[in-house]
Design a protein around this ligand. Structure first.
Ligand SMILES: NC(=O)c1ccc[n+]([C@@H]2O[C@H](COP(=O)([O-])OP(=O)(O)OC[C@H]3O[C@@H](n4cnc5c(N)ncnc54)[C@H](O)[C@@H]3O)[C@@H](O)[C@H]2O)c1
Length: 321
């Protein structure tokens, strides 16, 4: 299927990821049918989309009078056949459960026209497994979005064993058209590309914390204001080229023997989780939410983060197009 043939989108699952993904297609000008199991979930999803659109208009990403027409393109439904029967691109953002996704893909194939592309937003399953009951596998693809999906630009486009080049190309163009930044992933590796790198960094970060090398606040401050600051503008490979690969070779020779390389889950995580400290939802994680922040400070930090994300999105991605 070619990009021009895609006229209508269906998003299945209106949770954390699904509602933001639906918003991105709506903003790209497409009519979207958003499907979930309960009316109440769909209503909440629509309310979130509306709130996000108001924030987008506040920072100048969309005009204020664009909110109404954008929302008019959204149809909510608890009827799967109604959601997908006229869709040309169907994106599944249902829970990360292999059996559930396999069944959903099979049901979807029975309701859609033979050219429609069916995508999964899975974080950890393979397309080969999810699509095992689908007859026409060349139209299957993974599009892996990052939370919050209506803001973070990159979407990994992962090819399965049987995905056609045309499917990948069309999805790449579709994502580009709605102002996302697609990245083609040519091998079906666990964690795709970005999450592998994130986990590699997290292993070292958690280990440094466990060793008491710096406080949680100082580790966050150090990364935010150094490699984090730099990586938002230039990627790691250009950074390496600019620094000089001969120097990088020396640094790797000297430091790699000292970098954490265990394949066991990080000790800091095991220790905290076994004590019931699972982060903000339990009141304690790397930070103590009763001591380190007041609720007002935390609310302010989250609000500031969202505004900064949107400003960065505007200046680094949207204004350039
Ligand atoms: N949360 C993240 O940061 C993140 C990031 C990237 C990818 N993902 C992936 O996206 C997918 C969705 O994750 P989420 O965090 O949005 O989950 P979520 O639990 O917030 O949302 C899932 C939604 O799917 C609905 N659902 C349940 N059964 C369904 C069915 N049979 N058909 C359609 N919808 C159904 C649920 O009611 C719920 O609203 C998962 O595969 C996850 O691995 C999540």
């Amino acid at each position: 299927m070619k990009l021009e043939e895609i006229k209508s989108i269906a998003v299945l699952g209106a949770g954390l990821m699904g509602h933001g993904i639906a918003q991105s297609f709506l903003l790209g000008g497409y009519p979207v049918r958003l499907y979930d199991l309960k009316e109440s979930i769909l209503k909440t999803a629509k309310a979130h989309i509306e709130k996000n659109l108001v924030l987008f208009s506040k920072v100048g990403l969309i005009p204020g009078d664009g909110i109404g027409p954008t929302l008019e393109r959204l149809v909510l439904t608890t009827d799967l056949s109604q959601a997908v029967e006229e869709a040309d691109f169907i994106l599944e953002a249902a829970p990360e459960d292999l059996g559930l996704k396999q069944k959903l893909f099979q049901q979807v194939e029975n309701h859609v026209w033979k050219g429609a592309i069916i995508a999964s937003n899975t974080s950890s399953l393979t397309l080969t497994d999810i699509g095992v009951r689908v007859r026409k596998k060349d139209r299957l693809v993974i599009t892996h979005w990052f939370n919050p999906p209506h803001i973070v630009p990159v979407v990994e486009v992962v090819k399965g064993e049987k995905t056609s080049d045309e499917t990948v190309e069309t999805v790449y163009q579709l994502l580009t058209r709605i102002k996302k930044v697609p990245v083609k992933i040519n091998l079906e590796l666990p964690g795709f590309l970005v999450n592998r790198i994130q986990v590699a960094m997290a292993r070292e970060v958690f280990d440094l914390f466990e060793k008491g090398v710096a406080s949680a606040a100082d580790i966050d401050r150090a990364i935010k204001g150094s490699i984090g600051f730099r990586l938002a503008s230039i990627g790691p490979l250009l950074t390496a080229d600019l620094g000089g690969l001969d120097l990088w070779l020396k640094v790797c020779e000297n430091l790699l023997p000292h970098i954490q390389s265990s394949i066991e889950p990080p000790r800091a995580l095991q220790r905290l989780v076994s004590r019931g400290h699972s982060g903000i939802k339990s009141g304690k994680g790397f930070y103590d939410y009763a001591l380190d922040f007041s609720q007002a400070e935390l609310d302010e930090a989250v609000k500031k983060r969202d505004e900064e994300f949107l400003k960065r999105l505007k200046s680094l991605y949207w204004d350039k197009k």
